[in-house]
Design a protein. Structure first.
Length: 238
């Protein structure tokens, strides 16, 4: 019997939105204010080399979460610029709070799905975070009036590891007081969401809204194209 339903965040609850241009603007403005002369192209190249963690082999570091402060420190090292802790924290705050000025839209059907499932199940969020930390995401949830549907929100900047590290799923299940076999996870990335959930003996629903080819190695229990399609599936399992 299903007792808990957990969700991924990006391209599941939120539609993808990218903030690199805004953060680059903040960074260049900071350098100008501090009278530090670096070409904009050099800043841009360094920014993407440090902040694009998709180029890293996270498995080699056991999916350790890389915090914004660490990324900024690495960025200034690449640019050969000496910055104080307070200066880095100033930029860190600007980088992390960008979303509040331009929240990403909710995916179609999210509110209806959460409202319906929350009548019958405990609802959780298991989310990797990039630069935007969980505290900011929860503010946006309140803005959209969906925080009330969640008994748990868990972010990689809180646990110190990214999905599919089992700690993310095990921590969520422990806080929800739910056994893995009584929980189902919904997400859009096979490698992080489906693999992570299945490795913890949870059921998994893959949102494949772009009709991507599947994997012979990572097999979801169910595949859907729209998030609301999960409602009937989960009720049937119940």
């Amino acid at each position: 019997m299903i007792k808990a339903v957990t969700f991924d965040l990006w391209n599941t609850i939120f539609a993808n939105r990218f903030y690199s241009d805004i953060r680059l603007h903040y960074l260049n403005h900071f350098l100008e204010k501090e009278e530090i002369t670096v070409s904009s192209n050099k800043v841009k190249d360094a920014f993407y080399s440090v902040f694009n963690i998709s180029d890293l082999n996270l498995e080699e570091i056991n999916y350790r979460h890389i915090y914004t402060y660490e990324r900024l420190s690495n960025l200034f090292q690449v640019l050969d610029i000496k910055c104080s802790e307070s200066q880095i924290k100033e930029i860190e705050k600007d980088f992390e709070e960008v979303m509040l000025n331009a929240p990403p839209p909710l995916k179609t059907g999210v509110k209806e799905t959460l409202k319906e499932l929350s009548l019958y199940f405990n609802i959780g969020l298991i989310s990797n975070t990039g630069i935007t930390p969980g505290r900011i995401i929860k503010e946006v949830f309140n803005l959209y009036d969906i925080q009330k549907f969640f008994q748990l929100t868990l972010f990689s900047d809180e646990t110190g590891v990214y999905k599919p590290n089992p700690l993310m799923f095990e921590t969520a299940l422990k806080k929800l007081k739910c056994k893995p076999q009584n929980a189902i996870h919904i997400g859009d990335i096979l490698e992080t969401d489906i693999r992570g959930a299945k490795n913890c003996n949870m059921l998994a629903i893959w949102i494949n809204d772009s009709s991507s080819p599947g994997s012979q190695i990572i097999q979801p229990d169910y595949e859907i194209q729209k998030i609301y399609d999960a409602v009937d599936i989960i009720k049937t399992i119940k």
